[in-house]
Each structure stands twice: as C-alpha cells, then as structure tokens.
Design a protein around this ligand. Structure first.
Ligand SMILES: Nc1ncnc2c1ncn2[C@@H]1O[C@H](COP(=O)(O)OP(=O)(O)O)[C@@H](O)[C@H]1O
Ligand SMILES: [Mg+2]
Length: 297
C-alpha cells in the first residue's frame, strides 16, 4: 500500500500542494485537475524525483526516499514529457532502457518481445520511431514503464495528443495492466478516466477535494442537473442564472445542459426542464467553474 501522509510542496514561497493525504491499494486511480493544479508535482514526489517540503510518502510502511533502489525496482513511470530517440526502433529503445536499468540481456529480450506484443507494436518493432503517431509513441512509453513489471505504475497525462481510436486502445490496454498493481494516471481530460478509473482524485486549491469512486462523486450534484430548450435570445440571461455545462443547436433552439442548485424557482419555467443524471464531466465543470479551463477534447 502506498500512503501519502500530510504532504505539502512549496517551490520557494509558492505553495503548490498543501496537506495531501491519500492511500493507494491495487486499482486504477485517476488524478484529475486543470492545468497547474499540481498533478505533475504530486507525481514527481511519488516517483522520488522531487521531495515533499513537509510530510512523507510510505510504501508498505517505509518512507519511499529511504527505500531508494528497492522502490525504483517496483516503480514504472511515464513522464508527461516522454523523451525517446527518433532514430531508434521500439525494440532498440526498449533494450537500451533495460540495459540502463541493469536487466540481464536475455531476460530483457524476452520481456521486450512480450511487451511489444502487449502494446500492439510487434509489427513495427524494428521501424524507426520517427514516423510514429502520438499513440504509438505513448505505447512505447508505457512499454518502457512496464519493463520491470512494476507494482506501482504512474502515468502523467498519458492520453494527451491521442486520437479517439488511440484513446480506446489505451483504455483497453490499461484495464489489462491494472490487475495486481497500483496504477495512477493524471489527466485534465475527464473522458479518459471516466471508464477506467476505480477512483478519482480531484485536486483543487492545493488540496484533495474528492477521492472517491465515480458514482459517489457524481452524487455531489445529483438532482441539480437538467436539460432544456431555450430561445437563442435568452441564452445570455440563462447563462448568468445557471451554470451551463453544454449547449447544442437543435431545430432552431438551444438545447442546454445546466446546473440549478435551488429547488425554488418559477414553476412555469421549469415545465420544460428534464432532470438528467450527473456524469463526471458535469462534476468537473461544476468543481472548476471559477478556474480558467483548458479542456481539450
Ligand atoms: N520546479 C518548479 N518551480 C516553481 N514552480 C513550479 C515548479 N514546478 C511546478 N511549478 C508550479 O506549480 C504549479 C503546479 O504545476 P504542475 O504540478 O505541473 O501542475 P499540473 O501537472 O496539474 O498541470 C504550477 O503553477 C507550476 O507553475
Ligand atoms: Mg502536469
């Protein structure tokens, strides 16, 4: 079990994370927050690349900094900026990394072959990575993180830059990898974690706002989410009154999905409101409504 114990991180006078407490057991955890929330900072502490200003991170009761090599042996990590060598093939690259990790050569050869198959790159294993798509590079990155069959796999924004098909592939790969290990992945794209994460960790204002399964997190705004059709002329006023989650044009009207927290209101306006069930994207928009959003799709 991995435990984050009252961890804070400052860069000089600038506090990024404050009193973070988290527990990870086997399963997939989605670390969610807009850009700048502190996801990478937390991940770098979990991988001992940087150290907490206060607090400690324990693996099975021992501080990960003290575990040193022993901890790195059970850790797999895909950084947000994954540096690879364009003139290498995936096979060459993975063999190179395994040599750096001090793996036995014949063992490494077997493992690399196995991983190339797992991430679906066996057909291009000897092709230079120069012409690879974002998704293919990402799969090489996941393969290098898996070389030591890690008990803890940490992926920082692994789906950034993937096309929709590559995303589906990534999700399937991840559910395969998540058996018997802790998988932590950060993202600012809700749809990437909605179907794979057992638990969502939302960071806001330097703190963990929620850590729960998706169903429980959605309960936060359950009963407040509606859809209705409004005239285009009324859109501006409507947006001032309610938090608009999504809008689309249909038959000359605007179909709005929105949040209304008050139960009182003008009964006749509510006639056309349909209560709908909340999803994680709704919660994300609600939670971070006051922050400058950088939501990609
Ligand atoms: N080494 C550093 N020195 C100073 N500020 C930093 C450093 N690393 C990150 N930050 C700041 O910490 C905040 C959180 O950054 P980061 O953890 O990268 O967020 P995220 O990964 O959620 O986008 C940002 O405001 C960023 O500018
Ligand atoms: Mg980041």
């Amino acid at each position: 079990m991995l435990v984050v114990n009252n961890v804070s991180k400052d860069f000089g006078d600038f506090c990024v994370l404050k009193n973070i407490n988290l527990e990870f057991v086997n399963g997939v955890y989605g670390l969610l927050g807009p850009n700048g929330a502190g996801k990478t900072t937390l991940i770098k502490m979990l991988t001992t690349l940087i150290f907490p200003t206060n607090g400690e991170i324990l693996y099975n009761g021992t501080d990960i900094v003290k575990l040193e090599e022993k901890y790195r042996d059970i850790l797999g990590y895909l950084p947000q900026e994954f540096g690879y060598y364009k003139s290498y093939s995936p096979r060459q690259y993975l063999l190179y990394i395994s040599a750096l990790k001090g793996m036995d050569h014949s063992k490494a050869k077997d493992k690399v072959g196995e991983l190339l198959k797992l991430v679906g790159l066996e057909n291009v294993e000897n092709k230079k990575m120069r012409k690879f798509s974002g998704g293919m590079i990402q799969r090489v990155g996941i393969a290098q993180a898996m070389l030591n069959d890690p008990k803890i796999l940490i992926l920082d924004e692994p789906t950034a830059g993937l096309d929709p098909k590559e995303r589906v592939r990534f999700r399937n790969l991840l559910s395969e990898l998540s058996r018997d290990r802790i998988v932590i992945l950060s993202t600012h794209i809700v749809s990437d974690v909605e179907s794979i994460a057992n638990e969502i960790i939302m960071i806001k204002d330097k703190k963990v706002l929620y850590k729960d399964n998706i169903r429980s997190i959605c309960k936060i705004i359950q009963g407040y989410v509606y859809e209705t059709e409004i005239e285009f002329d009324h859109a501006q006023g409507f947006r001032k009154q309610y938090l608009s989650l999504s809008e689309k044009q249909e038959n000359g009207k605007l179909v709005v999905r929105f949040i209304c927290e008050e139960s009182i209101g003008n009964e006749s306006t509510r006639d056309n409101w349909r209560a709908v069930s909340a999803n994680l994207e709704d919660v994300f928009l609600y939670v971070y409504q006051d922050e400058p959003l950088v939501q990609e799709s």
